[in-house]
Structures are given as C-alpha cells and as structure tokens.
Design a protein around this ligand. Structure first.
Ligand SMILES: Cc1cc2nc3c(=O)[nH]c(=O)nc-3n(C[C@H](O)[C@H](O)[C@H](O)COP(=O)(O)OP(=O)(O)OC[C@H]3O[C@@H](n4cnc5c(N)ncnc54)[C@H](O)[C@@H]3O)c2cc1C
Length: 420
C-alpha cells in the first residue's frame, strides 16, 4: 500500500512514523515549504499525545529538549490563585505532559523520519495543487509554490491531507465551506529567557477569556542552566469592527500594542510586562477554528490534524489531537480488511472526539473558571470560597479533561494503539 502524505508538519511527520511502526513502509511525505523549517514558538503536549510519542520510541528525544509540566494553575487578573492541579506524572498519568518549542519538536520528528524511512521519502518544495480519484487509485499533482510550476504527479492508494488549517485537500472536498471563523481574540506570542517561576514546571493561565495570558517553560537546556525559556501567549479581544490579523504564523506585531492591555499583570511570582519587554520578537495570530465536518471519509482520501479539525490552540489540543489521529489511522490501516474500511473506521473513531474538542475549546478550555471569578469578583476576593465553590471548580476541570481525552483513569487503562 502506498500512502501519500500532503504536509510535513507535526501531524504528517507523526503519521509517517506511525505507519512505519504499524508495518506500512511505502510512505512519502510531500511538504509545500522548500525546507523543513524548525519554526514556531511553544506548544504543549498532553499525556495522551506523549503516550503515542512514547510508543513510537520518541520519549527520550522529547525529554532531552522539552519540559515535563507538573502543575497547571489559574490566577485572576490580580494574580490571585483560583485553581491548581497536578499534571502529567505528578497527577498519576503514566506519561508526562511535555511543553516544548514547536520547531524543535518538528525537528526531532523529522530526524526520526529521515533515520527510519530514509531521506528519499521526504519531498520538500512539493505543494499539493490538486488531486482526484480514478480506477481504484488516487493521484496528486504537486507544484513549486513560489513559481506554480508543476514538479510531480504521484499515484497512491491513499492520500492523507495533513496540510494544516489552509488545507487544499479540505478545500477540494468541501469547496463551499466558509473561511475559518475568528472569535475576535488576537493571540500575541513570544518567548523570553527569565528566572524560573513557581515550581519551574508550572503552566499558568491568568486573567479571563477576553484578556488573559498563558505562560509555561519550554526548554530543558535553559532549565539545566538554572534559567527558563518562557513561552507566553497573551490573548486579547480587540474592539468590535477591528480587522482580523492575517492567519500567518510568522506575522509580527509591535511590542507597545501588546504591553498596553497587560500593563497591570504584575504578580509577585511573575512580571508579565517584563516578559513582553524581554521577547526578541512578538508574533500575532487570530484565534480561529472551523465547524466540525460531517465526514472525513472520502474513500482513498482523508484528512488529519488541523486540516481535519482546526481548533483554538488551548491546552495544546491542536498538536495533541493530530498525534492521536495519526496513530489511530495507522492502526486502522494495519488491522482493517480493506483500505476503505480503515478510512471509515478512522473517521468513526476520531471525528466525533475531535468535534467535541473543537466545541469545548470555544468555551475556552478551563477558561470558564476564570470568567466566573471575573464576573463575580472583578475587584478581587478575600475568600475564594465566597466566589466559587470547590465542587464547581472540579466540575469544570473534569468536563474539560474528559472531553479532550486527558481523563487519567481512562488513559492509563486504555489499550495501546500499537499493532506490533
Ligand atoms: C509555521 C507554523 C508555526 C506554528 N507555530 C505554532 C506554535 O508556536 N504554537 C502552536 O501551538 N501551534 C503552532 N502551529 C500550529 C500547530 O503546529 C498545529 O496546530 C498542530 O501541530 C497540528 O499540526 P498539523 O500537522 O495538522 O498542522 P501544521 O503544523 O500546520 O502543518 C501543516 C503542514 O502542511 C504544509 N502544507 C500546507 N499546505 C500544503 C500543501 N498544499 N501541500 C503540501 N504541504 C502543505 C505546511 O507547510 C505545514 O508544514 C504552527 C503551525 C505552522 C505551520
């Protein structure tokens, strides 16, 4: 069986490794960019995704670079602690939760692909332009994106669209679909070298839905030197009528624009304006997603990762869900009697789960906790119990963890997706 993967991002690279692990060796990755660039900032992988990377023998590589997160803590905009929970191994999961630089993660997946499948299997400068199905096969035409010149026409048994939020595969399958939907929030993103804060392995979220910041460390190298490379995402709802920032991960923004809304976020454990001032470059990206699709099952063509279910990047779900998709598709292809049955089974298993994550993420993950506190005590509180009860806090956190697949008991006892 020949599998053509369109897109060499996190989903595409993981799919290639998962297919090989499941005994499917005839796999090629076609990546639009002229090289595999280690770009991006921080990204966070939940224990359920780290489990899959562990089973692909990548845990040591991951922990050589990233940070196993031990705690998640929520704070009001005044820096008052509202909620905290252990994460990863500290919470009793059998696999850590890891935060890491996206580019470094992509680099380690790419090196594993080169070592295990061979360099001839990665075709950079191959932008999928069009495809079709004919006589029990699927063809794809690839072009040099800069010039539009055709570079290859490839026939395969299966084409998997791992081509991200602007997926050509999805657009071809759903030509009438509306553009990604923006909720009015702009994400300003940066990394800053600073003193470690709290446990040194804590992720914090502070503020409320329309003005909040998520901060976590991402580098073992810096931790080994007693410092922290801190990834931060400041999310701010701009006034109605403002244009949406371009959906371009490399678009930068002026520091002053970011400093204004977060000037008061100076806490005893973390100085957010100092983080913003300390970042070399600040990027901006709109918080966008798309409606869940009615099917990803198109016979010899399917979708995976952001192409299948673009979602708000909350709690690392974009990357984590792409990794679980990849392992599930590889398993079904190895075990089902026909390719068509495998694609149908993958669609049946993964589509409803990821649709639920898309919809829950619209509520802001654990954000409702922050919003309730902001609504009930905008000037701060003396006793948290007067504002929100422990059972109320636990109910919101449990619902989010269950929906995203991060339910500890279920994950710890779930059989492996490996077919070896
Ligand atoms: C440049 C970049 C930087 C990012 N930075 C961050 C970050 O800092 N933090 C974060 O949480 N998330 C980031 N993301 C998003 C994150 O990687 C994804 O949400 C998540 O990992 C899901 O991965 P994916 O493989 O589905 O999509 P992506 O990681 O977006 O990968 C899609 C890949 O497909 C390629 N591609 C696109 N169109 C075609 C085509 N027609 N033919 C062939 N190849 C194509 C793209 O070049 C890209 O390599 C970034 C994505 C990109 C592309």
């Amino acid at each position: 069986m020949h599998v053509a993967i369109a897109g060499g991002g996190i989903g595409g690279m993981t799919l290639a490794l998962a297919l090989l692990d499941a005994g499917i060796e005839d796999v090629d990755i076609y990546e639009s960019a002229p090289t595999v660039q280690e770009v991006g900032l921080g990204i966070n992988f939940q224990s359920h995704a780290v489990r899959e990377l562990t089973e692909l023998d990548l845990l040591d590589d991951l922990l050589e670079v990233g940070i196993p997160i031990a705690e998640l803590a929520l704070y009001s905009k005044h820096g008052q602690r509202i909620w905290s929970e252990p994460r990863g191994l500290a919470a009793g999961y059998r696999w850590p939760q890891v935060s890491i630089h996206r580019g470094q993660l992509l680099g380690l997946l790419y090196r594993a692909v080169l070592a295990r499948l061979g360099p001839s299997r990665v075709h950079t400068g191959h932008h999928l332009a069009r495809f079709g199905q004919q006589d029990g096969a699927v063809w794809g035409e690839f072009a040099d994106r800069a010039t539009g010149t055709s570079v290859a026409r490839v026939e395969s048994d299966l084409l998997v669209g791992c081509d991200g939020i602007h997926s050509v595969v999805r657009r071809t399958l759903y030509p009438q679909e509306d553009p990604p939907h923006w909720n009015g929030i702009t994400m300003w993103r940066g990394v800053t070298v600073a003193k470690p804060f709290l446990s040194g392995r804590t992720t914090i979220m502070a503020g409320h839905f329309e003005r909040r910041i998520v901060v976590y460390p991402i580098s073992k190298h810096h931790e080994d030197q007693g410092r922290a490379l801190i990834n931060w995402v400041a999310m701010f709802k701009t006034a109605a009528g403002q244009p949406m920032p371009r959906q371009d991960w490399n678009q930068t923004v002026r520091r002053e624009e970011v400093l204004g809304p977060f000037a008061s976020f100076v806490f005893d454990f973390l100085d957010v304006p100092a983080l913003i001032r300390g970042a070399e470059t600040i990027y901006q990206y709109p918080m966008v997603d798309r409606e869940p699709l009615p099917t990803w099952d198109f016979g010899r063509v399917t979708l995976l990762g952001d192409a299948a279910h673009p979602m708000y990047p909350l709690a690392g779900n974009g990357g984590s869900q792409a990794i679980v998709d990849a392992r599930t598709l590889a398993r079904e292809l190895a075990l089902q009697p026909t390719l068509e049955a495998a694609v149908a089974a993958y669609d049946a298993v993964r589509r409803p789960v990821t649709a639920a994550v898309v919809l829950t993420s619209r509520q802001g993950g654990l954000g409702p906790i922050l919003d309730l506190v902001e609504e009930r005590a905008p000037a701060g509180f003396t006793n948290l119990d007067d504002v929100i009860s422990q059972p109320e806090l636990e109910a919101i956190a449990d619902t989010f963890n269950r929906t995203t697949g991060a339910d500890r008991e279920r994950l710890n006892n779930q059989p492996s997706l490996s077919v070896r």
